[in-house]
Design a protein around this ligand. Structure first.
Ligand code: MN
Length: 324
């Protein structure tokens, strides 16, 4: 069926614009944010497989490598740590609220087509084409629709990557963004060879001793601030080192702290180099917008899961911590 452009909805036009831009590229660089997560890595890899199927050349990059519990993703070994120097015409960002979230500070993308695919509410629409939908549960949900629009069959590698992303951003199908549409997509991905139990096994079922030691430290350092109604924990660089853990090993601990019923939200501060990374979590029924709190600290994110970065060092003092 041929349809006139005027009769198409805005979303359909978005699909058309983003697809034409990507599918006409000779070499596309796919990039996720620094210290990528299951959603944006999964979205990037699923997109890579789909474009491969179309006979198109791509390079996937993510600064900071891939967490242990995501190394099972098909295609993960092809992810590079730095973008190519030349010979590419398009850059697609996955889950980056702004271009600098890629973490590649001096990356010159002048003259390239910039495509921005994301579901963060505070995305800055920095692309030439912005495929941003804050109502989507995951970047992978958006990429799923794109791949369907391209008429690329959902292969097993695509299905595993997309389902992992949706699993990641719905907290294993437990969060408020787990709606009927998400479950329908998940069911289709399972029909194409992905398995929730297998993903869950890799995702939650493999905890290194070093990670559990870091969690133990975070739990030991936990406090309740009754004024702010916040449960928080702060883990110093030395404590992480003692545990033999990376800052990324504390991923998920903020959600655990947030289960304290008296707390409206949780906060975890951890050191990464000369930066302090803060994670904030809440639940729908608690009525707090943690993205708004993160924004006051120069960060951002979602209403129930947000983060920020501060320059400085966490130091332990006699009666607590200070940031220097
Ligand atoms: Mn996401």
């Amino acid at each position: 069926m041929v349809r006139k452009l005027e009769s198409m909805t805005k979303t359909e036009l978005d699909f058309k614009a983003v697809s034409e831009a990507i599918l006409s590229s000779a070499h596309t660089v796919l990039v996720s944010h620094e210290f990528t997560d299951g959603d944006d890595l999964g979205a990037m890899l699923a997109c890579k497989f789909a474009l491969q199927e179309k006979g198109l050349r791509t390079t996937a990059v993510a600064k900071g490598g891939v967490q242990d519990n995501l190394t099972f993703l098909p295609g993960v070994l092809e992810v590079k740590e730095t973008p190519p120097k030349e010979n590419y015409d398009t850059v697609v960002y996955f889950g980056c609220g702004s271009a600098d979230r890629s973490g590649f500070e001096n990356w010159d993308t002048a003259g390239k087509k910039i495509i921005n695919i994301d579901h963060h509410i505070d995305n800055r629409s920095f692309g030439d084409i912005n495929f941003v939908d804050a109502a989507a549960a995951a970047t992978c949900e958006l990429v799923y629709h794109l791949i369907k629009f391209w008429n690329v069959p959902i292969s097993k590698p695509i299905a595993i990557n997309l389902l992992t992303g949706i699993f990641n951003d719905t907290g294993g199908f437990r969060h408020a963004n787990t709606n009927a549409q998400v479950l329908e997509i998940a069911a289709e991905l399972m029909r194409h060879g992905a398995s929730i139990s297998r993903i869950s096994e890799f995702y939650f079922g493999k905890n290194e001793l070093s990670k559990l030691r870091a969690w133990a430290k975070a739990l030991e350092n936990m406090h309740f601030d009754s004024e702010q109604q916040m449960v928080y924990s702060i883990v110093t660089e030395e404590e992480l080192k003692e545990a033999g853990a990376d800052p990324e090993d504390l991923e998920g601990i903020a959600s655990v702290l947030n289960t304290v019923p008296e707390a409206k939200f949780s906060m975890v501060l951890k050191q990464r180099g000369d930066e302090i990374k803060g994670s904030l979590r809440s639940e729908n029924y608690k009525g707090v917008d943690v993205a708004a709190i993160a924004r006051t600290l120069g960060g951002g994110g979602h209403k129930l899961a947000a983060g920020f970065k501060l320059k400085g060092k966490i130091e332990k003092t006699e009666d607590g911590w200070k940031i220097t």
